[in-house]
Design a protein around this ligand. Structure first.
Ligand SMILES: [Ca+2]
Length: 269
């Protein structure tokens, strides 16, 4: 039965649209199989709740310099912003031209990278000023972005994570993500944590933990109870956004138009 549900989920995932727009489904109440052998299952504790703007349609989320860095989506509402975690207010923000639908972001060295959904354009900004310093063209969709400190890892809504050279944006190879031998589609926002890639799966409340060497899902975190019903409104969209501070090990999660950022401790079931 669970196997059949998994197949249905994969089929639904294959039919789902990209990261945004008026046709995007809300919810995110589907889950990956809960009994896959070789996979560790995790739950969470909420350590702290912080404010998050319900006008931020989160597509990329990072922590650095004591601040949240966030890329938002939507045509006409796409931004790159630096956010004070305690207030939820942007201390710096730039807007993308309305023809661009912003997607994943990541920080590497003195620069911030930002993808776009279907426009085939990646922007690179100076970390201090958020002034655009370069841009790249690429084929296909842009969804999530992270880095191991050397190369970029980019998702495109499929089961593929493409490694890219931050100097040229050229492909350096790809990871195909599988769970129990099945493709895992709709890989969305990413975060490099302790040698693993953590990823939101669009339209689910799960975060998967991927071994980048094999592409295998080695862990699944169930976030289905992260939001309390009181924090959900008709504009609340899917779980999407993982930020991590390697210095402290802290992990923060949020979602599209969510009213909160949650600092969480991940606990093995
Ligand atoms: Ca992230």
């Amino acid at each position: 039965m669970k196997h059949r549900l998994f197949i249905v989920l994969l089929a639904l995932s294959a039919m789902a649209c990209g990261c945004g727009g008026a046709t995007q489904k809300r919810g995110g109440n589907r889950q990956l199989p809960t009994n896959q052998s070789g996979v560790s299952y995790y739950t969470f504790d909420i350590v702290a709740e912080l404010p998050h703007s319900t006008k931020s349609y989160t597509q990329g989320f990072e922590f650095a310099d004591g601040l949240f860095w966030e890329g938002t989506g939507g045509n006409g509402s796409s931004r790159l912003q630096v956010v004070n975690p305690l207030t939820g207010e942007a201390t710096k923000s730039i807007s993308l031209a309305s023809k661009y639908f912003g997607e994943g972001i990541t920080l590497l060295g003195d620069e911030v990278f930002q993808l776009t959904w279907r426009e085939g354009k990646a922007f690179v900004y100076d970390r201090q000023t958020l002034r655009k310093v370069r841009e790249f063209d690429y084929q296909g969709e842009g969804w999530g972005l992270t880095t191991d400190g050397k190369v970029l890892y980019m998702s495109d809504g499929s089961d593929r994570i493409t490694l890219r050279d931050p100097k040229t944006f050229r492909s350096l190879g790809e990871i195909k993500v599988t769970l129990g031998g099945h493709k895992v589609l709709n890989i969305n926002e990413l975060e490099w944590i302790g040698g693993e890639i953590w990823a939101n799966i669009y339209l689910t409340t799960d975060i998967i933990r991927i071994d980048p060497a094999t592409g295998k899902v080695v862990g699944i975190i169930d976030l289905s109870t992260l939001q309390s019903p009181a924090d959900v409104s008709y504009t609340t969209d899917v779980l999407n956004g993982i930020a991590h501070d390697p210095a402290t090990g802290r992990v923060w999660l949020t979602g599209k138009n969510w009213n909160k950022v949650y600092q969480v401790e991940i606990i093995k079931k």
